[in-house]
Design a protein. Structure first.
Length: 105
């Protein structure tokens, strides 16, 4: 990616503006991510339990990392369950096909 392939995008998080280099096709995702982070940080700030932008940012990052790890674990569980169900279906189909072949003889 060359410097010609990126543009500077301004995003605002907790009343502070950041300029981020971003490919044009990813600008919408960047803005959506920044808005999501802003909302999460504002929730933490508004709870009044944590003071200081750095601490709020770290807490938001920890919460988001935790959410991501939970989602990945859930994805693995769903995938494992799906593979098991497909394997079971395949075995039943093969059993029925064998029965059909035996009837043909």
């Amino acid at each position: 990616m060359s410097s010609e392939d990126v543009t500077r995008v301004s995003v605002k998080i907790l009343d502070k503006e950041y300029h981020v280099a971003c490919p044009p096709e990813e600008q919408a995702a960047l803005k959506e991510s920044a808005d999501y982070l802003h909302r999460k940080m504002r929730e933490i700030r508004d709870s009044g339990k944590i003071i200081g932008t750095d601490r709020i940012a770290v807490m938001a990052a920890l919460n988001l990392a935790n959410d991501l790890l939970k989602a990945k674990k859930q994805e693995v569980l769903v995938e494992t369950n799906l593979h098991g169900r497909v394997r079971g279906m395949r075995e039943r189909i093969e059993t029925e096909l064998q029965k059909t072949r035996q009837l043909e003889f």
